[in-house]
Ligand binder design. Sequence first.
Ligand SMILES: [Zn+2]
Length: 388
Amino acid sequence: MSKLVIHNIGLLLSGKMEKPILDADCIIAVDGKIAVIGKAADMDLSGAETVVDAKGVTLAPGLIDSHIHPVIGDYTPRQQQLSWIDSTLNGGVTTMISAGEVHLPGRPKDIVGLKALAIASQRWYENFRPSGVKVHAGAPVIEQGLEEHDFKEMADAGVKLLGEVGLGTVKDGPTAKKMVDWARKYGMQSTIHTGGPSIPGSGLIDADVVLEAGTDVIGHINGGHSALPDDQIVCLCESCQAGLEIVHNGNERAALLTLNTARELKQLDRVILGTDGPAGSGVQPLGILRMIAMLSSLGNVPAEIAFCFGTGNTARQRELDVGLIEQGYCADFVLMDQAQHAPGKTILESVQLGNLPGVGMTIIDGKVTSRRSRNTPPAGDVPVIEGE
Ligand SMILES: [Zn+2]
């Protein structure tokens, strides 16, 4: 049995919209899962393999990037970059979800080839976690000619996601709907490219196609990068119950329109965050933190709620065992403090003023995976591992 104790937590963010701040200062994790959340004075802290003194900083669930395009290991051919996932871990992200391995040079588009790629991608990220980060990959991009049995075959082989609908040859509503329904029937989650073409070779997907396809998530509703016209974005928010995914590689004005529309609908729990990295705009190691600060400050959302967009909301939408501070969930955390010399009386106020917090530590499955971030502005206080 391996036991982790994190005590002296100054502020505990839960990832839950309905109760974003917990009245607790200590977490015990056993064998990588959250076991007890409470006040240290009432808890049995003995027998721990690792004791982290949080030094009064803020603990949140590890951030989730709902939209990435990985290819293999910690390398992306898109911007010829190594260690981009490790760099993102330094931005507090502990889980990433593929929206398709589309940047693979020579990506197979024939049916047997795309199935093979999906299965292989799912496997190599299941077998290898870059710097400990959980990458959910193996997200086939649907092409004309796929049949129902192909979805069953992929699902039986462990494929749980569809890549962005619209990046392949299926760009019409009826065909997309048919295939999304097959995917859902076999337990695969789906997302769709929304907006204008990303790069030469990709195409326009408008609100009519998005609504007809009926995917679980409206991928980058704020465009990647070109957003749909305002009336179409509002229509998407109003006309379905799919996840409203806002990405860093998108249009910030459209992001705020989505946020404000969701708030008017009293459906902020649908808002989830991604980067779309690596993309034409590059790798975005701080992308999720930047989205949280941007939406909190310009969108006038309490920071503790904005953190839910990048943690619990995504976890619930994606049915993950991370992203929430709750017994039985994975012990995946980010420990942060107000950045040195950033304005604001508290970390939450500082984020609401548009500043990034400083990351001091990440933990995945109860194991420390990074210390003071090399990418964020420096945190005021940084947790320590006792006995070091
Ligand atoms: Zn896209």
